[in-house]
Design a protein around this ligand. Structure first.
Ligand code: COA
Ligand code: AMP
Length: 631
């Protein structure tokens, strides 16, 4: 067993040696000239000069190594009442054929493709087929509404859009095609073709010339070989919420990403080739990219692909059934999923129905792991419950208990210590480094390790401004927290306008932009409030234009509908109320942080720049009437 501290120290003091060793886990067509290219900070590049292919490493090499008959994907879909195993041989065949079809239709290295799909294996085939050709994919979460899809179409400029006719979300059937049609109508950029997989429970109306049936599209296509790409070439763009309505297009490269994810499977999750790993998330989120698709497949493990919910499909025993049926060694999900199970089955009675002796560890991330949920899961499962902290931008854990290196004692409330490669520090607003137990901004000293964002797609200026400018020489995480005397990191939450609802990252700024388009609203603020099930929920406070005499309920209902139509149901925007005024600084900045503290029942310091302190009393009364802070 290695020693965490030694491994960590080497990763920080000798990053090039450290990551060159990790890179031996990947097959290269051509080795790199430089492990770390730091010629143009804050843009760092890993493995420059190296040539490889991510799909080859995730699929072909496992077939060549004799894993062809091993399950690559177990597609478990309680919503369609089916379980299907896809071997590495089958995955290879299907991905190569889809890549061949894309090539035949004109897709070339460097093109972009949007994938807007539910949790079906074709989503994985699509991602890997793109990677096979050096085509850059951008997966858009199926819960986003048409305007959000349109924003991403305009920005990513895809040649093709790959999708399905619909999804079953819990007990609801959702049709995707009307959303796609609307998004394409709204977008200025026009895709060449939409390729639609028709699912039996919902049909899609096809537009002649533009829309192609998935099976017709792949029919007769010659399997395509892997195209060698530079390690620094983009693999994918994943849009994530920032503080405005325009999401950030996180760009991930091929080489560093493959090296880091492959390495993390053992170091963090203790997963070897042949093990069964389950990440209960969605391909539309970063967890889905890294740990449903790329991480486990790069490792030669089996990934469980689950189209269902933790509860209601059919009951709160669903997770235990999947673990038992597929011999899952480790599960990764968001704390919300466990809170949902706990709510339905507080005593965990369903677990006794299943033999889950195969199960070795539970990994949670995506939002703060509250101690109640930690103790509940840990008492019930009697295996290590590992909290780990990361972001879409980093693509893998910044802070974790790296069980594959050395399992450290767990402290409830902390995701443990920085993962190798991340030199985590706490600084005050002026950039001064703080000592143990002092709360401040969590930053990471540059360079970030491989696998983290290379830049923001077509927006280097925003990349620098969002992450690299406030604290020169450091990556700004926008999370606040502290490090204790033992080096354990505590993450207290976002210090910007990003919130996490049921482990889904959303922007209150984007919701404000939508609300501001309502003709009766003069101004508004959306704040994140605590929620027992989903961690956080948004609450809107709006000021009506003078002369508007409409009931609060009427306007609220319209705003709720508007946010649902423009952003999507996953925004979970259900609460809003009108206020006479919003608290502001003398320069006119709305004091959202202060309102968040009031809603949470936290002590706050009266901002010295506040224009009129009496407004805070009005806001406190309003939030109290709405039931905040929760008891
Ligand atoms: N496509 C379309 N709509 C979707 C969707 C998708 N992929 N995912 C969610 N939605 C919709 C839901 O149907 C719901 O709509 P409604 O307002 O009409 O009911 C809305 O978005 C809110 O969804 P959600 O917040 O997920 O609430 P829920 O009640 O459906 O489920 C949980 C609650 C806790 C069971 C669920 O959020 C969950 O399993 N979360 C944890 C796991 C996870 O996915 N984490 C992601 C990152 S690791
Ligand atoms: P996302 O980009 O969707 O992964 O969301 C990233 C944000 O989720 C982080 O900036 C944190 O605010 C939050 N987050 C993720 N994991 C954790 C964790 N383990 N503990 C606390 N917050 C977390």
């Amino acid at each position: 067993m290695a020693n965490y501290q030694e491994v960590f120290t080497k990763s920080i003091e000798q990053p090039e040696e450290f990551w060159a060793e990790a890179a031996a886990g990947i097959d290269w067509y051509q080795s790199w000239d430089k492990v770390l290219d730091d010629a143009n900070p804050p843009f760092y590049r890993w493995f420059t000069g190296g040539m490889m292919n991510t799909c080859f490493n995730a699929v072909d090499r496992h077939v060549a190594a004799g894993r062809g008959e091993q399950a690559a994907i177990i597609y478990d879909s309680p919503v369609t009442d089916s379980v299907t195993t896809i071997t590495y041989n089958q995955l290879h065949e299907r991905v190569a054929q889809l890549a061949g079809a894309l090539k035949r239709a004109g897709a070339e290295k460097g093109d972009t493709v949007i994938i807007y799909m539910p949790m079906i294996p074709e989503a994985v085939y699509a991602m890997l087929a793109c990677a096979r050709l050096g085509v850059i994919h951008s997966v858009v979460f199926g819960g986003f509404a048409a305007p959000e899809l349109a924003i991403r179409i305009n920005h990513a400029q895809p040649k093709f859009l790959l999708s399905a006719s619909g999804a079953i979300e819990g007990k609801k059937t959702l049709a995707y095609k009307p959303i796609i049609d609307q998004a394409i109508d709204m977008a200025e950029h026009k895709v060449k073709h939409c390729v639609i997989l028709q699912r039996p429970f919902v049909g899609a109306d096809m537009q002649d010339g533009r829309d192609l049936d998935w099976n017709d599209f792949i029919g007769g296509a010659e399997p395509a070989e892997c195209v060698p790409v530079a390690a620094t070439d983009p693999l994918y763009i994943l849009y994530t919420s920032g503080t405005t309505g325009m999401p950030k297009g996180v760009m991930r490269d091929n080489g560093g990403h493959a090296v880091a994810l492959h390495w993390s499977m053992k170091a963090i999750y203790d997963i070897d080739a042949g093990d069964v790993f389950w990440s209960a998330s969605d391909v539309g989120w970063v967890v889905g990219h890294s740990y449903i698709v790329y991480g486990p497949l790069l490792k030669g493990a089996t990934t469980v692909f689950y189209e269902g919910k933790p509860v209601g499909t059919p009951d709160a025993g669903a997770f235990w059934r999947v673990i038992s049926e597929h011999q899952v060694k480790a599960l990764f999900t968001a704390p919300t999923a466990f809170r949902a199970i706990k709510k339905e089955d507080p005593t965990g009675s369903f677990i006794s129905k299943y033999d889950i002796s195969c199960f070795e560890a539970l990994y949670l991330a995506g939002e703060r792991l509250d101690p109640d949920t930690y103790y509940w899961a840990s008492d019930l499962l009697k295996v290590p419950v590992i909290d780990h902290w990361w972001q879409t931008e980093t693509g893998w854990a910044i802070v974790a208990n790296c069980r594959g290196i050395e399992e450290l004692p767990i402290k409830a409330g902390s995701p443990t210590k920085p993962a190798p490669g991340y030199d985590v520090r706490i600084v005050d607003d002026g950039g001064l480094e703080l000592g143990a137990n002092q709360e401040g901004n969590i930053v990471v000293k540059l360079p970030l390790p491989p696998g983290t964002l290379a830049t923001l797609w077509h927006n280097e200026e925003r990349f620098v401004k969002s992450y690299m400018k406030t604290f020169p020489g450091y990556y700004e995480t926008s999370d606040g927290g502290y490090i204790d005397d033992d080096g354990y990191v505590y993450v207290m939450g976002r210090i910007d306008d990003v919130i996490n609802i049921a482990g889904h990252r959303l922007s209150t700024g984007a919701m404000e932009e939508v609300i501001a388009t309502h003709p009766d609203v003069a101004e508004c603020a959306v704040i994140g409030t605590d929620d027992q099930l989903k961690g956080q929920l948004p609450v809107g406070l709006f000021v009506l234009k003078s002369g508007v005499e409409r009931s609060n309920e009427e306007v609220k209902a319209e705003l709720v509908k508007l946010v649902r139509e423009k952003i999507g149901a996953i925004a979970c925007f259900h609460e809003a109320t009108s206020v006479a005024r919003l608290p502001k600084t003398r320069s006119g900045k709305i004091l959202r942080g202060t309102m968040r503290s009031i809603a949470a029942g936290r002590e706050y310091r009266m901002p010295s720049t506040i224009d009129d302190p009496t407004i805070l009393d009005e806001i406190t009364d309003t939030l109290t009437d709405m039931g905040f802070p929760h008891k």
